[in-house]
Ligand binder design. Structure first.
Ligand code: NAD
Ligand code: ISE
Length: 337
């Protein structure tokens, strides 16, 4: 396919709109031709803003349309499966925002359907793998210069979350899932056990279990710690450091410049995920568009989505009990290498 990929977007909320903006104004290979949202007025508003976009009443109708070559799923997690399965049945490539689905059973149904097709058609939106700093972290580990990784320390702080909409379980199921993804990816290993500790609560958003500390033991023995804080106030702060046998490597601050004035120095803290990972989102969607044009998919797979869901479910159990929970996963189909 040499023309632009015709993309149908399911879910036109925050990230749906951000992806429509980048497909329309930043990337060259695709165009948004169709949208749908359970809140029809929101979809209509977006179609009006951009022009040339058809509004559909349902995801099934959008997927079936000839105006759609590939499907971008940006609805709420529990609605992802009902969009992905019909898209796979129609043989249309899918980019699904994280999480792949919200239960292991749904993830396995999606994997089953993709395996039956005999080729990958799904990319899941774990965008940190496309971030330059994370890619450098991985390249440094793989170069061998710091030796064997022993520990990974991840910090994931959100300035604030939507009160009433962001619930206790989301610290693991919506936020920590990114850290679970990069831990598996950086270390090239699966999680064997997870413990989640909640201590003193932040008095901002005082009904939430916030902050929490996740401790993951990988099958190969490397240990990863993850701090998730969701009402830190000062900005969106993402950190990561590998401690290895012969050295360490960490993400640097994401500033373009550091200001020194008077007797102090300072730099900008990103406001939110859209700002911090703007390049990574651009790259992940560019990658998806190219692979979709060839009738395939690359990047984080449905298997990654499933593996993260298993760890996330165990993390929620661990948070409730305060005890470590062992990870039990299905066998990995050959399709996912
Ligand atoms: P949002 O609430 O702003 O938008 C979701 C939209 O989906 C809403 O407009 C809602 O009406 C619509 N919707 C819900 N169910 C639907 C269905 N069955 N069919 C059609 N539309 C439906 O939420 P958001 O923040 O944009 O998050 C959407 C998804 O993106 C979530 O899965 C979230 O985890 C993910 N997300 C990923 C990142 C990231 O960093 N990769 C960042 C934010 C959100
Ligand atoms: C949001 O859904 C994301 O995926 C962001 O990347 C994450 O930082 C945030 O905590 C989530 O709510």
């Amino acid at each position: 396919m040499t023309d632009k990929l015709k993309i149908g977007v399911i879910g036109t909320g925050m990230i749906g709109q951000d992806h429509i903006r980048r497909i329309t104004h930043v990337l060259a290979g695709g165009e948004v031709t169709a949208v749908t949202d359970t809140d029809r007025s929101r979809a209509q508003e977006v179609a009006k803003t951009y022009g040339g976009i058809e509004v559909f009443d349902s995801s099934d109708a959008l997927i079936a349309s000839d105006a759609v070559d590939a499907v971008l799923v940006c609805s709420w997690g529990p609605a992802h499966e009902e969009a992905i399965l019909p898209a796979l049945a129609a043989g249309k490539p899918v980019f699904c925002e994280k999480p792949l689905a919200t239960t292991q059973e749904a993830c396995l149904r999606i994997i089953d359907a993709e395996v039956k097709l005999g080729k990958r058609l799904i990319q899941v939106g774990y965008m940190r793998r496309y971030d330059r700093a994370y890619a450098d972290l991985k390249a440094t580990i793989e170069s061998g210069v710091i030796g064997e990784p022993l520990m990974f320390h991840s910090v994931h702080r959100n300035a604030s979350v939507r009160e009433g909409l962001y619930t206790d379980d989301m610290a693991v199921a919506d936020t920590m899932v990114h850290d679970i993804d990069v831990t598996r990816w950086l270390l090239g290993d699966e999680v064997a056990r997870i413990q989640v500790i909640a201590g003193k609560r932040n008095s901002v958003g005082k009904n939430l279990r916030d902050p929490i500390l996740g401790i993951m033991e990988m099958r190969g023995g490397t240990v990863a710690t993850v701090e998730v804080s969701v009402n830190i106030g000062y900005g969106y702060d993402i950190r990561g450091e590998i401690s290895a046998e012969k050295g360490t490597v960490e993400l640097s601050e994401s500033n373009n410049v550091v200001l020194k004035a008077g007797d102090s120095f300072s730099g900008r803290v990103p406001a939110d995920w859209r700002e911090r990972f703007i390049e990574a989102y651009d790259k992940e969607l560019a990658d998806w568009i190219e692979a979709a044009k060839q009738g395939g998919a690359s990047g984080p797979s449905a298997w990654d989505g499933y593996a993260i869901q298993v760890v996330s479910d165990a993390g929620l159990k661990a948070a409730d009990s305060g005890k470590p929970v062992d990870i039990e996963m299905a066998d990995k189909p050959a399709l996912y290498g």
